[in-house]
Design a protein around this ligand. Structure first.
Ligand code: NI
Length: 153
């Protein structure tokens, strides 16, 4: 279906507005993929996605992607594709803002259940404009164009 409500967005601004670490949020979609942003600090957990590749794009900061036999060092502007089935653990020694491109079916921590694992429903929650909390407010010109019903597959 043609997306007639597409709007320009600033993934960096939205990522900066997030309050919680390791809580990716969907900001857009295309075909069977979601575009997400997340604010990272510390370590997630070792996991893999059996059937889906996962794209990391660093919006701001520095991220170490630990793989079993090497560590990928990513800086602002860098991207990396983790192939399906490859075990990985993202580590952010300082706060890092990322954009993720994932299939809609991709689970946050693969088949690992972890205290930091976020459901797709949580990732689809609208990013609230908290006008009274400027440090987590989303710019007023940023409008989200997400329909929960589209997340079913
Ligand atoms: Ni992953």
């Amino acid at each position: 279906m043609k997306n007639t409500k597409a709007l320009k967005q600033s993934p960096l601004s939205i990522a900066e507005s997030l309050c919680d670490y390791w809580s990716p949020r969907v900001i857009d979609q295309f075909e069977d993929c979601y575009i997400k942003v997340a604010k990272l600090k510390g370590s997630l957990t070792w996991h893999s996605h059996e059937f889906e590749d996962e794209v990391f794009f660093i919006l701001k900061g520095y991220l170490e992607l630990e793989l079993k036999d090497e560590v990928i060092h990513l800086e602002t502007g860098d991207s990396f594709v983790i192939s399906a089935g490859v075990e990985h653990n993202p580590v952010a020694k300082e706060e890092c803002l990322v954009m993720l491109i994932e299939k809609k079916a991709t689970l946050h921590t693969g088949n690992i259940s972890h205290p930091q694992s976020k459901s797709i429903e949580a990732q689809l929650k609208p990013i609230v404009n908290r006008t009274t909390e400027s440090f987590c407010s989303i710019p007023s010109n940023v409008k989200l164009n997400i329909k929960i019903a589209d997340a079913k597959n």
